[in-house]
Design a protein around this ligand. Structure first.
Ligand SMILES: Nc1ncnc2c1ncn2[C@@H]1O[C@H](COP(=O)(O)OP(=O)(O)OP(=O)(O)O)[C@@H](O)[C@H]1O
Ligand SMILES: [Mg+2]
Length: 315
């Protein structure tokens, strides 16, 4: 039996937290509703903000299989839904011919039967595994073309696909569908209308620090705080590509591996390539700003520390 779905927004937050995913209230709300209403969840956001991770975490915390459809330009039905195993069909036909079997109708029925059907992710997702409807992750939908998007409309509204030789296959229980996009192009309204929508934003400093504590527990408290403050500051600049949460986690891990307990100008300069992936961004930070940002976040942290100390003494 699959684990029961969460019955409230709080339960949804707790479910995500149980798999080390720190969600804000708005994400927990829309996720709760999409589970409750059996509607696909359409997640849009910058790179590395935790969109794909939501599907993985849902599958593991609800103990359901995760079926992933990675989208790319030119993705078609034979890679996404089903394909006939032509080679096996040919072998079967030849064997029948060799054995003198000439019943054409029976041969056709048999060759276009379940046995020769190769199930791709969408078809797999419509079929339950051990009585558990799976989580279907349609990742980076913006990379496909519009023809595929149009095809998805049928799947997402009726949770069924039609195979001309076999008929219509319909899910007994709809899979939990998570669609992600990086917004490299707009997705058609008709598809969005079938989903609940959520923009996954960069986290605020507190939530990002919680994520670092959870995911990189070996990094010291001061280092984690400074890494988060530094990245948060970078996101306020006009960079070509902002660092995501993935980069924050990588940076904390890298600095920990280098035995750092706090940021220093040299360490930042040596490791900028962990958080910034465009030379222009690295050059613009390295030239002048890096030391200034570091000074600023460290003096801000000292001010915060003094304030906290004063209020604790006054309490
Ligand atoms: N809220 C969160 N709680 C815990 N970990 C998170 C959270 N958000 C992101 N992460 C971590 O950040 C990393 C990147 O997340 P993910 O791959 O889901 O990003 P994405 O939005 O799908 O990025 P892309 O658009 O590049 O595919 C993962 O390792 C994930 O564990
Ligand atoms: Mg992703």
């Amino acid at each position: 039996m699959p684990l029961p779905l969460p019955k409230s927004i709080d339960e949804t937050s707790n479910l995500l937290a149980s798999a080390d995913y720190v969600a804000d209230r708005s994400l927990a709300t829309v996720l709760y509703l999409s589970l409750k209403m059996q509607r696909p969840l359409f997640l849009e956001g910058e790179a590395g903000v935790g969109k794909t991770e939501i599907a993985k975490v849902l599958a593991s915390s609800l103990d359901r299989p995760l079926i992933r459809l990675q989208c790319y330009e030119g993705l078609d039905i034979s890679s996404a839904v089903y394909e006939w195993n032509y080679a096996a069909q040919m072998v079967d036909i030849r064997m029948r011919e060799a054995s003198g079997d000439s019943n054409r109708g029976a041969m056709e029925d048999d060759v276009f039967s379940d046995r020769f059907l190769i199930r791709r992710p969408i078809l797999q997702a419509l079929e339950q595994v051990d009585g558990r409807a799976p989580v279907l992750l349609i990742d980076e939908l913006d990379r496909t073309d519009e023809a595929f998007e149009a095809f998805l409309l049928e799947v997402l509204s009726d949770f069924q696909v039609t195979i001309p030789e076999l008929g219509t296959i319909k899910a007994q229980e709809p899979p939990i569908v998570i669609i992600t996009t990086n917004r490299t192009r707009e997705i058609h309204d008709a598809l969005k209308r079938r989903c609940l929508y959520h923009w996954v934003d960069y986290p605020d400093a507190e939530r990002e620090l919680d994520i670092v504590r959870l995911k990189v527990p070996g990094a010291g408290a001061a280092l984690s705080r400074e890494v988060v403050d530094y990245v948060q500051h970078l996101r306020t600049l006009e960079l070509f590509k902002n660092p995501g949460i993935a980069e924050t986690l990588d940076w904390a891990t890298a600095l920990m591996e280098l035995d750092k307990v706090a940021l220093d100008p040299q360490a930042v300069s040596d490791t900028l390539g962990v958080i910034l992936k465009y030379q222009d961004d690295i050059a613009s930070i390295q030239d002048s700003q890096s030391a200034d940002i570091l000074r600023e976040i460290q003096s801000e942290a000292r001010r915060e520390g003094a304030k906290a100390g004063a209020s604790a003494a006054g309490a």
